[in-house]
Design a binder for this molecule. Structure first.
Ligand code: EPU
Length: 419
């Protein structure tokens, strides 16, 4: 078993470069199944969710060649099976994108029930509604999902809930459908735009991604033979921005799209931090104890749920009483119990958490319950007095490449230790 050992009390200082977005990568990889050809994907984060995605694609018959640390060449001409390995697909959330892609490409697919972080109930009814409206039959039983369609025909789909996954999945299912599909009440996250840009680069006709109405004109085939570079990860950038504030440090975050970070920038300024926006990089620093805040997580462009735990660390040592309302996931305050072990004073009740800012945190052994909780605990360990040990690193490795080395370069005293 591995753990991270952090000797705290560091003000983070220096530069960090942001990698490609995990949640774009885990959608773009299955999207390559729509192509009857070869393509190159660059700026892929080297994280375990990407490695599992590649293993699944290989099991379906794709040929994958790593041509650099963050680039692959992928040939999806010879897809040999529609049975995705159940053990691998049940391991992570984004395996649901195989349904949209394989319905388009092969007219059928069987996948394990998607796994992923335990954030409470994670229904996929909106994905299924979209597939069925396009003409597919979907069966969910015995821990797996089976979907098939003789043909998919474009239609109007109103999403009852703003869902990142359902928006992308319906987009994947309708790219090769007959006629036009309109997705209304679509999610607007930057990775939705990125998946649409990738598909358009390969020959699709998708318009309006990034707004709440996306129009997809079905095309006959995607030819590939192109190179695509994945958008920088706004959640990774936000994680380092909040680490700068929490540690009263000064970090220049390079290779990011600052437009995607506006909700985080606004909150940092509101609580007394400083931000210098350079367009493709952003400097964040904080010299004093931040002020209290009230935050509600919302779909993009609102404050992202995936930065809520990291912001929770900032507020745990802020001046005064703060409140966070989590409006996306039922169970995303598990990290607050771990922060309380480190001396924080947080009361989480259902989807609201109340923070009474304390002067400082103290090191303790803590357990990461999910990916972003893990990132929050690393920040907490860096700012705490004494030594923190973080367990359950598999969650963190799913979404952050080389996280300890990158924090080390910013001055943190952090080591991965095998027990
Ligand atoms: N929802 C439904 N029915 C559906 C789909 C979603 O009720 O069919 C609900 C969910 O229960 C949730 C809300 O709608 O309350 C939003 O869920 P969404 O579908 O947008 O989430 P997701 O696609 O499963 C992605 C990211 C998550 C991120 C959310 C919200 C991926 C692989 N995962 O999940 O990322 O929190 O969007 O932005 O893209 C993470 O990276 O740590 C992470 C959890």
């Amino acid at each position: 078993m591995e753990k991270l050992v952090i000797k705290g009390g560091t003000k983070l200082k220096g530069e960090v470069t942001i990698n490609g977005a995990k949640n774009a990568a885990v959608a773009i990889l299955p999207a390559t199944l729509l192509i009857n050809g070869e393509c190159t994907i660059e700026n892929l984060p080297n994280i375990s969710d990407v490695q599992i995605s590649c293993e699944i694609l290989s099991a379906l018959g794709a040929k994958i060649e790593w041509i650099g640390k963050n680039s692959i060449k992928i040939d999806t001409r010879n897809i040999t099976t529609t049975n995705a390995p159940l053990d691998l697909t049940s391991k992570f959330r984004a395996s649901y994108y195989l349904i949209g892609s394989m319905l388009s490409r092969k007219g059928e697919i069987q996948v394990g029930m998607p796994g992923g972080c335990n954030l409470g109930a994670r229904p996929i009814d909106q994905h299924i509604k979209g597939f069925e409206l396009l003409g597919a039959t979907v069966d969910v039983s015995q821990g797996k999902i089976t979907a098939s369609a003789d043909k998919l025909v474009g239609t109007s789909i109103y999403m009852d809930i703003v869902s990142v996954g359902a928006t992308i999945n319906v987009m994947l299912a309708s790219v090769l459908a007959e006629g036009t599909t309109v997705i209304d009440n679509a999610a607007k996250e930057p990775h939705i735009v990125d998946v649409a840009n990738f598909l358009n680069t390969m020959g699709a006709d998708i318009r309006g991604a990034g707004t709440d109405m996306i129009k997809i004109n079905g095309v006959k085939e995607l030819k590939g033979n192109a190179t695509y570079s994945i958008v920088p990860d706004q959640i990774e950038a936000g994680t380092f921005m909040l680490a700068a504030v929490a540690s009263r440090g000064d970090i220049l975050i390079k290779n990011c799209i600052t437009k995607h970070l506006e909700s985080i920038t606004a909150k940092i300024l509101e609580i007394g931090g400083n931000v210098e926006d350079h367009g493709d990089s952003i400097r964040v620093w904080c010299n004093e104890r931040p002020n209290k805040a009230s935050i509600k997580t919302l779909p993009y462009p609102g404050f992202p749920t995936d930065l809520q735990p990291q912001m929770g660390v900032v507020l745990s040592t802020a001046n005064g009483n703060s409140r966070i309302v989590e409006s996306i996931w039922d169970s995303r305050f598990q990290y607050t119990e771990e922060l309380n072990k480190m001396g924080a004073n947080i009361m989480a009740q259902g989807k609201t958490a109340f923070f009474e800012g304390v002067d400082h945190l103290v090191g303790a052994p803590v357990y990461s319950s999910d990916l972003r909780a893990g990132a929050a605990l690393i920040i907490a360990g860096i700012i705490a007095e004494g030594t923190t040990e973080i367990y359950n690193l598999q969650h963190i490795d799913r979404g952050y490449e080389n996280i300890e080395e990158r924090f080390r370069k910013l001055g943190a005293n952090i080591e991965r230790v095998k027990e």
